[in-house]
Ligand binder design. Structure first.
Ligand code: OSB
Ligand code: MG
Length: 367
C-alpha cells in the first residue's frame, strides 16, 4: 500500500496519580502517535517507549529518531510496503522494537480499515470482551495501598497487580492478601531482585499469588529457571521476552510458566501473535501487559487479549484509571471487562479536537 506521508505526533497526557515502579516514577505520559496516510485509508499506532530508558533501553525521543531516520525511508522506497513485509524492510535495523511496533501497527490499521476488517478478527479473537486487572504503582504507605486496592475492586477490576521492590514486598502483599482473602493477586518487580534474593522471594509463597512478574534482570533468563526451583509462586516474564524465539527458549529451560505479552516489547502485533502461538503450543498461558497507553494503544491491546491463550486478566484497564481525558472515546469498564472494538482496524481514532489540545509537537515525514 502506497504511503503518502507519516505524521509523528507527540501528546502530553497527565496521569491521574503518580505511577511509581522500581525503575522510576511518572506522573505525565509523553506519547508518540504514528499516523500513516495512504490513498485508501489512514492508520494509527502508539509507541510505548517511556520518557527515559528505565523499563527497557528504548526511550521516546530515540524511538522518534529511529522511526524518522531508519524505519520510514525504506517504506517510502519500497514498491508496496505492507504490514506483512515491513519486517523484511527493517532487517538491518537491530532492536528498536517499540518503534517498529508503532509503525507496523499504523500500517496494519490502515490496511484493515481499507478492507473493513477489525484487528480482533484479523488476529483471531475468540471473545468480544476481555477481563481486566489493574496495576498499582508503589504508594507511600500500606494504608494508602489498601485504599487503592479497595477502590479498584469496588470499580469491578477482577485482578490486582502490585509493583514490588526490595523493601516493599512481603509486608505489602501480606496486608493486601489479609484484607482480601479471595482476590486474584499478582506482583511485578521489574527486574529489581537478584538470584541471591531467592529465599526472600519465597516468602511470598504463602500468599497464593497468581504469579511473580520479571523478578530478575532482563538478560537473567537462566537465573529465572534457577529461581523457579526455589519459589513456588509461578514465574512470569515480561522484559526478557522480546520475541517468539525468546519465549520458546525461556520456556524450554523452565524460566517461566506464564508470559506477559506486550506488542511494543516484541516488535508488533504480528510477532505478539507468534508469541501467543508459541506459548499455546507449549501449554504456557499468556496475558496482555500494558504500558499506560492512550486509547490508541489500548484498542489494539484489547483486540489481542481476545485471543484464546490469553488466560489471565490483562493490564488493560479503563481509560479513566489513567487519564481525566483520553485521546480517543474512552474505554469503559463493564463488569470487570472491556469490550473488544469491532470497527475496522483498531476500531478507534483520536478525537481531532482533543488531539489538538493534547499535542505538544507534530512532524510530517514525506517521501
Ligand atoms: O512492567 O508491566 C510493566 C507500566 C509501564 C512500564 C512497565 C509496566 C507497566 C505496568 C502498567 O505495569 C500496566 C498498565 O498499563 O496499566
Ligand atoms: Mg511488567
Amino acid at each position: 500500500m502506497k504511503i503518502e506521508n507519516v505524521e509523528l505526533i507527540r501528546i502530553r497526557m497527565p496521569l491521574k496519580g503518580a505511577f511509581r515502579t522500581s525503575f522510576g516514577s511518572q506522573s505525565v505520559r509523553d506519547i508518540l502517535l504514528v499516523h500513516v496516510v495512504t490513498p485508501d485509508a489512514d492508520g494509527w499506532g502508539e509507541c510505548v517507549s517511556g520518557e527515559d530508558p528505565g523499563y527497557s533501553s528504548e526511550y521516546i525521543d530515540g524511538s522518534q529518531d529511529v522511526i524518522k531516520r531508519f524505519l520510514l525511508p525504506p517504506l517510502f522506497a519500497a514498491e508496496n510496503p505492507t504490514s506483512a513485509n515491513v519486517a523484511e524492510l527493517w532487517t538491518t535495523v537491530r532492536g528498536h522494537r517499540m518503534a517498529k511496533a508503532a509503525v507496523e501497527t499504523a500500517i496494519l490499521d490502515a490496511e484493515l480499515r481499507a478492507r473493513g476488517e477489525s484487528l480482533g478478527e484479523h488476529l483471531g479473537a475468540v471473545r468480544d470482551r476481555v477481563d481486566c486487572g489493574v496495576s498499582i504503582g508503589i504508594p507511600g504507605s500500606i494504608p494508602e495501598l489498601l485504599d487503592q486496592v479497595a477502590g479498584y475492586l469496588g470499580q469491578g477490576y477482577v485482578r490486582i497487580k502490585l509493583k514490588i521492590e526490595p523493601g516493599w514486598d512481603v509486608e505489602a502483599v501480606k496486608a493486601v492478601r489479609e484484607a482480601n482473602p479471595d482476590i486474584l493477586l499478582q506482583v511485578d518487580a521489574n527486574q529489581a531482585y537478584e538470584l541471591a534474593d531467592a529465599r526472600h522471594l519465597a516468602k511470598l509463597d504463602p500468599f497464593d499469588l497468581l504469579l511473580i512478574e520479571q523478578p530478575l534482570g532482563e538478560e537473567r533468563v537462566r537465573d529465572h529457571a534457577e529461581l523457579a526451583r526455589v519459589v513456588r509462586t509461578p514465574i512470569c516474564l515480561d522484559e526478557s521476552i522480546v520475541s517468539a524465539h525468546a519465549a520458546a527458549e525461556a520456556i524450554a529451560i523452565g524460566a517461566c510458566s506464564i508470559v506477559n505479552i506486550k506488542p511494543g516489547r516484541v516488535g508488533g502485533y504480528l510477532e505478539a501473535r507468534r508469541v501467543h502461538d508459541v506459548c499455546e503450543a507449549s501449554g504456557v498461558p499468556v496475558w496482555c501487559g500494558g504500558m499506560l497507553e492512550s486509547g490508541v494503544g489500548r484498542a489494539a491491546n484489547v483486540a489481542l487479549a481476545a485471543l484464546p491463550n490469553f488466560r489471565f486478566p490483562g493490564d488493560t484497564s479503563a481509560s479513566e484509571r489513567y487519564f481525566a481525558q483520553d485521546v480517543t472515546p474512552p474505554f469503559v469498564l463493564e463488569d470487570g471487562t472491556l469490550r473488544v472494538p469491532t470497527g475496522p482496524g483498531i476500531g478507534v481514532a483520536p478525537i481531532p479536537e482533543v488531539l489538538a489540545e493534547l499535542t505538544t509537537s507534530r512532524e510530517v515525514v514525506t517521501p
